[in-house]
Design a protein around this ligand. Structure first.
Ligand code: SF4
Ligand code: SF4
Length: 333
């Protein structure tokens, strides 16, 4: 069976809202990207949730919202937020969860109201739990299967690092058997906890990524899964585009910071802020300045944050150009 790989280009008519409702979480994953120093420990109120969903909804565009945390199901009004987003007209609503589904979420929303995206970093407790916590595989997989049984569309995010890349090949069969619709193979980034010390030891080499991820993604697609993974390395001659310039992505935090680039989230570089329920532009040096820089290595933030990812030919040209972290590859059967 053949599977077509395509790059999902940035769409000017689309708007994606990544709405962090809170920064608290019941887990403590090794690679957690949440940074309370930058984003506080508040939880948005129910009213703020409604206000901000309305603020970012743009009727002329295909608006999508992804509820995140911390763990968004810890928010007692998440189900209300899902319904508000549906009522406003968001084209898709997704809840990214660690699988604990607090506040009995499955009983409060219907399968047609939200896609549920579960994070799992291994095909068994032996691989997943040292990364995400004791007992997490069992709880997450049981809740995932229950959600699938109820008819929810299910996505699984697997963050690939040196700790679990050797077990990625076991995921497609497992997810197909569980009734998962979409498999998102994510690359570990140097943000949050991973930014300090051990994070770089978890990162893959370009060769590990290129020789492992695309073939396993193709196998998963052959089993009927819709597979997404970051492009990471641009093909020779492929055009570089920074989503901060050509796409409408908003990463919103409960303290009112709004970023356009997720790689900037560890720094006070946010281009926008929400003040009195209005979007205000920040002056001075913000991420927007970085978006305008053109370098042979591709993404500027990658070069600043993860220079170890880059390698060069004898003539000084980069061996690989790094794509925007938001550029994705999709394989469908
Ligand atoms: S589930 Fe998500 S927010 Fe919670 S600790 Fe893990 S990575 Fe961080
Ligand atoms: S990851 Fe790089 S290319 Fe993408 S928005 Fe950020 S700075 Fe731009």
């Amino acid at each position: 069976m053949t599977s077509a790989v395509r790059t999902i280009g940035f769409k000017p008519h689309e708007r994606n809202i990544f709405f962090h409702l809170l920064t608290a979480c019941n887990l403590s994953c090794r690679h957690c990207y949440i940074n309370p120093t930058q984003h506080g420990s508040n939880m948005v109120s129910r009213q703020t949730m409604d206000d901000w969903l309305a603020l970012f909804y743009e009727p002329g565009k295909e608006s999508n919202v992804i509820f995140l945390g911390g763990e968004p199901t810890l928010h007692p009004d998440l189900a209300h937020g899902v319904k508000t987003a549906q009522r406003l007209g968001y084209r898709s609503v997704t809840v990214d969860t660690n699988g604990f589904l607090h506040h009995n979420l499955l009983a409060k929303i219907g399968p047609e109201e939200a896609v549920l995206s579960f994070s799992l970093d291994g095909p068994s407790p032996e691989i997943n739990d040292p990364i995400r916590g004791q007992g997490v595989f069992k709880t997450c997989s049981e809740n995932l299967k229950e959600a699938a049984r109820l008819g929810f569309r299910i996505s699984v995010i697997y963050t690939v690092s040196r700790l679990n890349i050797g077990h990625l090949h076991r995921m497609p069969r497992l997810l197909a058997d569980w009734g998962v619709n979409r498999f998102f193979i994510q690359v570990i980034g140097l943000r949050g906890k991973s930014a300090g010390g051990a994070g770089s030891e978890l990162q893959l080499t370009p060769e590990q990524w290129l020789t492992t991820v695309p073939p396993i993604a193709a196998k998963a697609a052959d089993l009927g899964l819709d597979v997404i993974y970051p492009k990471v390395f641009l093909d020779p001659g492929e055009r570089f585009e920074c989503a901060g310039r050509v796409a409408e992505n908003f990463f919103i935090f409960p303290n009112g910071r709004v970023y356009r680039c997720p790689l900037c989230e560890d720094y006070p570089l946010h281009a926008l802020r929400i003040e009195n329920n209005r979007l205000a532009k920040n002056d001075g040096i913000t991420e927007e300045r970085l978006f305008t820089l053109s370098i042979p290595e591709g993404c500027v933030m990658n070069k600043l944050l993860q220079p170890g990812n880059l390698s060069y030919n004898a003539d000084g040209t980069p061996k690989h150009r790094i794509s925007c972290c938001l550029l994705k590859q999709q394989i469908k059967r």
